[in-house]
Ligand binder design. Structure first.
Ligand code: 6PG
Length: 255
């Protein structure tokens, strides 16, 4: 895959979240209009919080027919849904109170169920893959399902989803993969991640990053050298993808 994404640089994190939320709302609305349903994968970390908030406020509050929108997770940590480390908790706490119907078609990974039955991340990954296959989405030439939007944040090491530098997921065939707890980055808990091929297959792959702590890594990720094993965020450095950065995060990118 080649080409360059559309990179938008906004003034601050709030403006960045609003611009990303607008693009998500418009892609989800268009998908429902065209195909009767929309499927998107959301992300963890702090990135989605401002986006969820913007999706519950004017002018986007009434823009998305949430009852027809299926929400998936790009990755999650092996903790219960109400744990502060859960990637579902911000969705439950910020989006759902303002958009109750978003809960109807939400597909969180079954971490709590696994913990309750003494199962591990392998079980969660297999269950999630079965759930995703049952959705019967169209597939790309690569064989991966086509979601309308796959939203990812980017870690300080250049990871997206739970695809860390050097990750075995880059060669995995399964749609959903268990990931051992990373030693080099917090939190040190096992995870489950979508295959990065699903990011590349999305109708709209989207990266959102803000803050000066992301500036140096973004300069590499969007720099002259391409090496997905070293900088997995380059998985979304493709034509058709949208990147939303704030000025602080974009500070070191060559114009
Ligand atoms: C996770 C995330 C991860 C995250 C980035 C960015 O579970 O850790 O899905 O990929 O998106 O680390 O995190 P921030 O949004 O907190 O910067």
């Amino acid at each position: 895959m080649s080409g360059e994404p559309a990179v938008q640089v906004l003034a601050d994190p709030v403006a960045t979240a609003r611009a990303a939320a607008e693009a998500i709302a418009s892609a989800l609305r268009a998908a429902v209009e065209q195909r009767g349903r929309a499927d998107w994968a959301t992300t963890g970390g702090s990135t989605p919080i401002g986006i969820y908030r913007a999706l519950t406020e004017a002018p986007l509050r009434d823009d998305v027919p949430w009852e027809a929108v299926h929400t998936w997770w790009g990755d999650d940590r092996f903790v219960p849904r109400d744990d502060p480390l859960s990637n579902v908790l911000p969705f439950d706490e910020v989006l759902v109170p303002g958009q109750r119907s978003a809960l109807e078609q939400a597909h969180p990974m079954r971490m709590g169920a696994a913990i309750a039955r003494g199962a591990g991340t392998d079980w969660v990954a297999a269950e999630y893959e079965a759930e995703l296959r049952a959705a019967d989405l169209p597939t790309a030439g690569s064989g991966f399902p086509i979601l309308d939007v796959v939203l990812v944040g980017m870690g300080g090491d250049g990871h997206v989803l739970s695809v860390f530098p050097g990750s075995e997921l880059l060669a995995a065939a399964a749609w959903v993969v268990p990931v051992p707890a990373p030693a080099h980055i917090e939190p040190h808990v096992p995870r489950v991640s979508l295959n990065p091929g699903i990011l590349a297959a999305a109708r709209l792959p989207m990266v959102v990053a803000h803050g000066g702590s992301k500036a140096a890594i973004l300069a590499s990720v969007l720099g002259p050298e391409r090496d997905i094993r070293r900088w997995p965020a380059q998985l979304a450095r493709i034509g058709g993808a949208s990147w939303f950065l704030d000025r602080a995060a974009a500070a070191d990118i060559e114009a």
